[in-house]
Design a binder for this molecule. Structure first.
Ligand SMILES: Nc1ccc(F)c(C(=O)c2c[nH]c3ncc(Cl)cc23)c1F
Ligand SMILES: [Fe+3]
Length: 292
């Protein structure tokens, strides 16, 4: 592993505020909201909370990937190809929408389902690839603990373990839990954009004397330095995700769940979806069971 001399600094802190999404669902949208439209290659980070009968009924995606990581409860997903299943607490669904997916994502049990959904942009050369899924049950997600620091490696590598997830847009996605009085140094590839999103507890990030940061806050890390340095100086566990990705440096043209490079490609996408073409063929006669 590379030497860790200088931590990246925290250049911006955002509180993710709640907003409505889907039908009756609540999301705390940090990236993708009005304050931070994009953070290349990331298009959105939603901390979602949904209780039946609310949910995310039939909707399309084109041109990017959705990474759903369940924190509590279960979401049932099904798509227009007949691919269906459940994502339980701790499970991961890495969906490469590519040229087109139409699916629904609905609560699968009583109570409140919570999780994170990260949207990762695809490069222009990959926007129209065949859709594909990489799905991992919680037990298959590599996990290890060292000196009070536990990591679950969703993508990339940390503390000597690696995830098998293939990241078409090079990405790291690490779920850390720091016990009180523990300390972390995690390297981040040079020139990758990286952020922290705090889930539970309070943590100190970047400089040792920084004020603690609480849950639902997004911290953008600066470009220079070797990686993230974090401390838990509180009496309770600190849980956060560290996400990093190689910037695509391409123009972004977005209309909700359609993300291309030009307005013309967005117009074409709207046409394709309306006329069931170029990857949306199966949407013509499909409705999810939840819609019936
Ligand atoms: N209408 C509309 C339009 C576009 C969408 F992407 C969605 C949507 O599905 C979600 C947006 N955030 C999310 N977080 C978690 C989950 Cl499981 C789903 C979503 C949606 F519902
Ligand atoms: Fe979706």
């Amino acid at each position: 592993s590379s030497a860790f001399n200088e931590p990246r600094s925290v250049v911006r802190k955002l509180l993710a505020r709640t907003q409505h999404e889907g039908v009756g669902a609540i999301v705390r949208r940090s990236i993708g909201g009005l304050e931070l439209r994009h953070f290349d290659p990331f298009l959105a980070l939603d901390e979602f909370s949904v209780t039946a009968p609310a949910g995310f009924p039939d909707h399309p995606h084109r041109g990017f990937e959705t990474v759903t990581y369940m924190l509590q409860g279960t979401v049932r997903h099904e798509d227009f190809e007949g691919h269906k299943g459940t994502i339980e607490a701790g499970d991961l669904q890495w969906m490469t929408a590519g040229r087109g997916i139409v699916h629904s994502e609905m609560p699968a049990e009583e109570g409140t389902q919570k999780g994170l959904q990260l949207w990762i942009n695809l490069s222009s050369k990959h926007k129209m690839i065949e859709p594909r899924y990489q799905e991992m049950p919680s037990n298959d997600i590599p996990e290890t603990s060292v000196d009070g620091v536990k990591v679950r490696v969703i993508a990339g590598e940390s503390l000597g373990i690696k995830s098998p997830v293939y990241t078409r847009t090079p990405t790291m996605y690490l779920d850390f839990t720091l016990q009180p009085d523990s300390h972390l140094q995690q390297s981040i590839p040079n020139n990758w954009n990286a952020f922290v999103y705090v889930l539970e507890g309070k943590g100190v990030f970047g400089a040792a004397r920084s004020p603690p940061v609480a849950a639902h806050h997004l911290l953008l890390l600066g470009p220079s330095g070797d990686g993230l340095e974090a401390w838990n100086r509180s009496p309770k566990p600190l849980r956060f995700v560290l996400v990093g990705g190689e910037p695509l440096r391409e123009p972004v043209a977005q209309l909700g769940p359609f993300v291309m490079n030009t307005e013309e490609e967005i117009d074409q996408t709207v046409e394709d979806f309306a006329n069931f073409r170029n990857g949306f063929e199966k949407a013509r006669h499909w409705q999810s069971e939840s819609a019936e």
